[in-house]
Design a protein around this ligand. Structure first.
Ligand code: FEO
Ligand code: CA
Ligand code: CA
Length: 624
């Protein structure tokens, strides 16, 4: 294990926590104690907003600077294994396993030590662009290409340090680690050992090879990182057995022949659903990773439910248990909450090792009167019985979508990230967009998802009853109905005027001062067109929920999504991910329309997802 594991990795002021104990100390870690509240203040958003842009560049306010920190293919920093990126993408699968993956997404900043100068960045790699990943694309597919694809997703742990010229990656670092589609991990919680989790390679149903499709994230009060498996269905296919018929749950999750994005199953048979029908059950989970120990085994925490999990945002209940909010990103999918059985203990990971394995899983119902309820998914109740297809508690979590259907949850317009206000505990969720809302034979607009053919997306906020994250009821309202307000019929609502408009909100982060950082993901093919014609490239916006003010802070290069924003505890640096620059390929050439960050004109360099750090030239608080 590397040196100097911090006792309290989430805290902006370590001394503050060491003076405290029990729940108070843990609350301080999440920025929820009175002491933590006193240490920060809401700052006015005085920065110069940037205009909507279609440039192939990152643009920040004139008072700010940015630096590219960690691009796809850059060495992660594993000692003795630091292969350089080859611009023709000829790095091998083994080399990829020691380099930054593709499509950077959710991310967290874990301080090391107490002087604010060293930290770990832990970030997800969500999916692959197979055309860019290999020198000449994926055809013909080979096992080497499949392995490279698997090893280009997952998680990176990198060490960074603040030098006189800003943040730099530390190479090598004893913490550096790549977790990917072939990394061994353990199964924890009610699904461990279930017959539905057993495979030929793992007859006990306790060990899984790998994680991929890692989208948003969470961080626990005891300092571990949670990575979420979202579009795992994109990598399962088949069949080699033409008699194979997918069951109800497989169809609900999309793990059916013909649904795959990449044909891994042709060369790696565990992804053939006809030969290994339980393998897809082993994906779609939240995985807990100890970022401080590169030798630790990641654990799939099945008590949190299986879905296309977008995020896993943690907060504390009044009595000191952990609540985890999660979105399931599919059209008409649900919002979930897990509440642990046991209280969080002081003492870090060692004192909370299996806390996420026991608790209650709920799903949200949004009522038309602005109230809502958390509906418990408990085996044997609410129709979750063997007669209805739930043979055991394990099947409720493995088939969480079907369980949520049965109890009457509210289908939402693609739930993405969830963020909890650091002082009030109010919860915000992005519903990115849902063009199918109101379409024939699809759910109509409703109170919580009020627009048919919703392309703008929206943000819902709620307060738990009694300001307690363990509550089973809540009061909700809309924070924003996003989109272009100048378009006829857009039916937008912004909380203040003027506000910088945006479309398709996805990433969402509260900094410790209570500023809300909204990141957008209009699809690459839709940027600059139709409903998004006036909104420019994807952007990072800063919002103040108290005043409703919303200003555009950063715009990304062509075709990219903006995601993974995390502000340091001292609020002087902002890290953000530029995902899939160049995804747009609509000029007829089939070539990416971006060369960011290495080139200046399309075609001059292979575009690369990358982590960027942004800071004020005067060193003061970002967003103020
Ligand atoms: Fe991975 Fe739903 O964005
Ligand atoms: Ca997302
Ligand atoms: Ca997305």
């Amino acid at each position: 294990m590397p040196p100097d594991r911090p006792d309290t990795v989430l805290d902006p002021d370590r001394r503050l926590v060491l003076k405290q104990s029990g729940v108070a100390a843990i609350a301080a870690l999440l920025g929820q104690s009175g002491a933590a509240r006193a240490a920060i203040s809401a700052a006015p958003m005085g920065f110069t907003a940037v205009p909507a842009s279609l440039r192939d560049a990152v643009v920040v306010p004139p008072e700010y600077e940015y630096r590219v920190l960690y691009r796809w293919g850059d060495p992660t920093g594993i000692a003795g294994n630091m292969p350089e990126f080859r611009p023709d993408a000829s790095n091998t699968a083994d080399e990829q396993a020691a380099q930054a993956g593709m499509h950077h997404d959710g991310m967290h900043f874990f301080p090391l030590g107490t002087d604010g100068r060293r930290a770990l960045l832990v970030l997800n790699h969500e999916y692959t662009d197979e055309q860019l990943l290999h020198p000449h694309g994926s055809k013909p597919l080979t096992l080497e290409k499949v392995r490279k694809s698997q090893q280009a997703m997952g998680v990176s742990v990198i060490e960074i340090q603040r030098t006189s010229t800003g943040w730099q990656q530390v190479l090598p670092s004893p913490y550096a680690r790549r977790i990917h589609g072939n990394t061994p991990m353990r199964v924890g919680g009610p699904a461990a050992g279930s017959p539905l989790m057993k495979t030929t390679a793992d007859p006990a149903g306790q060990r899984v090879l790998g994680t991929f499709a890692n989208c948003a994230m969470g961080v626990t009060p005891w300092g571990t990182y949670l990575t979420c498996e979202e579009n795992f269905q994109g990598y399962f296919g088949g069949p080699s057995d033409p008699a194979f018929r997918a069951d109800t749950a497989s169809r609900r999750y999309g793990t059916v022949p013909g649904g795959q994005w990449v044909d891994w199953f042709r060369l790696d048979e565990r992804f053939d659903v006809s030969r290994h029908p339980n393998e897809p059950n082993r994906f779609g989970w939240v995985i807990e990773i100890d970022p401080m120990d590169p030798n630790s085994t990641p654990v799939k925490r099945t008590a949190l439910g299986r879905k296309r999990t977008e995020s896993a945002t943690c907060t504390l209940t009044r009595d000191g248990r952990v609540a985890v909010y999660m979105g399931d990103d599919g059209a008409f999918e649900y919002i979930y909450k897990f509440v642990s059985r046991d209280r969080v203990n002081p003492g870090g990971l060692a004192a909370n090792r299996d806390l996420l394995d026991h608790g209650t899983l709920y799903v949200a119902r949004f009522d038309p009167n602005g109230q809502g309820a958390w509906l418990e998914l408990r085996h044997g109740e609410g129709g979750l019985t063997p007669e209805k297809g739930f043979a055991a508690p394990a099947e409720v979590v493995i088939k969480a979508r079907l369980a949520a259907d049965a109890v009457g949850a509210t289908p939402m317009d693609r739930p993405e990230w969830i963020a909890v206000h650091p002082q009030s505990g109010e919860v915000f969720v992005t519903l990115t967009h849902n063009s199918q809302r109101g379409a024939p034979s699809r759910p109509a607009a409703d109170a919580a998802n009020p627009r048919a053919g919703n392309l703008g997306g929206h943000i819902v906020r709620w307060r738990e009853a009694g300001a307690d994250a363990a509550a089973t009821t809540f009061a909700w309202s809309h924070f924003v109905l996003a989109g272009d307000p100048t378009l006829p019929g857009a039916a937008t609502h912004y909380p203040s005027t003027p506000a910088d408009p945006f479309g398709a909100p996805d990433g969402l982060h509260f900094d410790s001062g209570g500023l809300l950082w909204i990141q957008t993901d209009m699809s690459g093919q839709a940027i600059g067109k139709g409903a998004y014609a006036n909104l420019g490239n994807n952007a990072l916006l800063c919002a103040n929920p108290s005043t409703g003010q919303i200003k555009r802070f950063l715009t990304g290069p062509r075709g990219c999504e903006i995601t993974g924003c995390v502000v340091t505890p001292d609020r002087t640096s902002l890290f953000v991910n530029i995902q899939h620059p160049g995804e747009t390929r609509d000029d007829g050439s089939g070539s990416p329309n971006s060369a960011w960050p290495d080139g200046t004109t399309p075609g001059s360099a292979r575009p690369r997802s990358a982590t960027v750090v942004v800071w004020r030239r005067d060193g003061k608080v970002v967003g103020s």
